[in-house]
Ligand binder design. Structure first.
Ligand code: ADP
Ligand code: MG
Length: 320
């Protein structure tokens, strides 16, 4: 399912003194198959945007009470908005949003705070029963819950009857994610899924997302504030700032924009920080800013330089 947004605006508490325009003319297309990153400052509109993707936040025209207004004479006509996920038109209140939600899974920030059931099994099964069109057989539920828990790296027999509240923080997060992937959504949207995890937990979480992506989840969209995570994992990245999208680029192209990212107050991945220092010394090393690729390119650069020095010093070639 392709995600397509054009000229999307969103205001919280419209028409009141608390009105906040969180999205300002957002246009973005995410192709099926992408592993897509969303970055930007706190308050830049990331969560508001991604919560549109499964209809958790509805545009006014998609709300039940919506009645189209007659355009005022002489007023400028705004450009037409589009918000589609696959065949679902998210601007139309007749859209089957429940069907949409079974295809677009949403993992909130700190999803573990929403665990509620008495057992891990019941928590994970809840999402499944909730979306099923007709009652599922107990064996089918058990199989899906087992598969979801195993996918997130938990031992089914060990955790299924436990209270979610007796698990560690990292395990709770996995249970919460299992409760979303249990329906095998085609699109998985995650709001800072690795926030608060230790470095190993973050790596495992990204590995899990890649595994889902390789196995059956066609498109992954995730918010992150960790630029190394973004450089290492994403096909493309959208940069939000003040309710707008400033860039949509590959990590390689984005993180070469040292000064532009500075101006937005965004960090660089570690490799890009080094690349920037070297650039200021007149040394340009092209890489995709992942540690491995950067180290390889830097080593190649150094050995080429050393080879040259050795040649001039000893009159022979250095090691390649
Ligand atoms: P981000 O996820 O990038 O931190 P958000 O989408 O959460 O940004 O917020 C965008 C803007 O909308 C901010 O100014 C924020 O204060 C405001 N906002 C977010 N949620 C609400 C809400 N429920 N009610 C009112 N304003 C909100
Ligand atoms: Mg947010």
């Amino acid at each position: 399912m392709r995600i397509e947004a054009e000229h999307i605006n969103y205001t919280y508490n419209p028409g009141t003194e608390f009105a906040v325009q969180a999205l300002k003319d957002i246009s973005l297309t995410i192709e099926e198959g992408e592993f897509f990153g969303v970055v930007g400052h706190t308050g830049s509109g990331k969560s508001t945007f991604i919560q549109h993707l499964n209809g958790l936040i509805l545009q006014p025209s998609a709300q039940k009470k919506y009645r189209p207004k007659k355009p005022k004479k002489g007023a400028p006509v705004p450009p037409p908005s589009v918000l589609k996920v696959g065949g679902f038109d998210l601007l139309n209140k007749k859209t089957d949003f429940r069907a949409l939600r079974s295809k677009v899974g949403m993992v909130f920030q700190y999803p573990e705070v929403q665990l509620f059931a008495e057992t891990v099994f019941d928590d994970v099964a809840f999402g499944l029963k909730n979306f099923a069109k007709e009652p599922l057989k107990p064996e089918a539920i058990e199989e899906a819950v087992r598969s979801a828990l195993e996918t997130v790296g938990l031992d089914y027999a060990e955790v299924k009857d436990k209270s979610p509240f007796d698990l560690s923080g990292g395990q709770k997060r996995r249970v919460a994610i299992a409760g979303v992937i249990v329906t095998r959504p085609e699109v998985l949207v995650l709001d800072e899924p690795a926030a608060g995890l230790d470095p190993l937990g973050k790596k495992e979480l990204m590995a899990l997302l890649h595994r889902l992506h390789a196995d059956w989840c066609k498109t992954v969209v995730f918010v992150s504030h960790d630029m190394d995570e973004v450089a290492e994992n994403c096909s493309r990245v959208a940069v939000f700032a003040d309710g707008q999208i400033k860039y949509v680029l590959t990590p390689r192209a984005l993180f070469s924009k040292f000064d532009e990212l500075d101006a937005l107050g965004l960090e660089l991945p570690a490799a890009a920080k080094i690349a920037r220092l070297l650039h200021e010394e007149g040394i340009d090393i092209e890489s995709d800013f992942t540690p491995d690729d950067f180290a390889e390119k830097a080593a190649a650069y150094l050995s080429a330089r050393l080879g040259q020095t050795e040649k001039t010093e000893k009159g022979e070639g250095g090691e390649a």
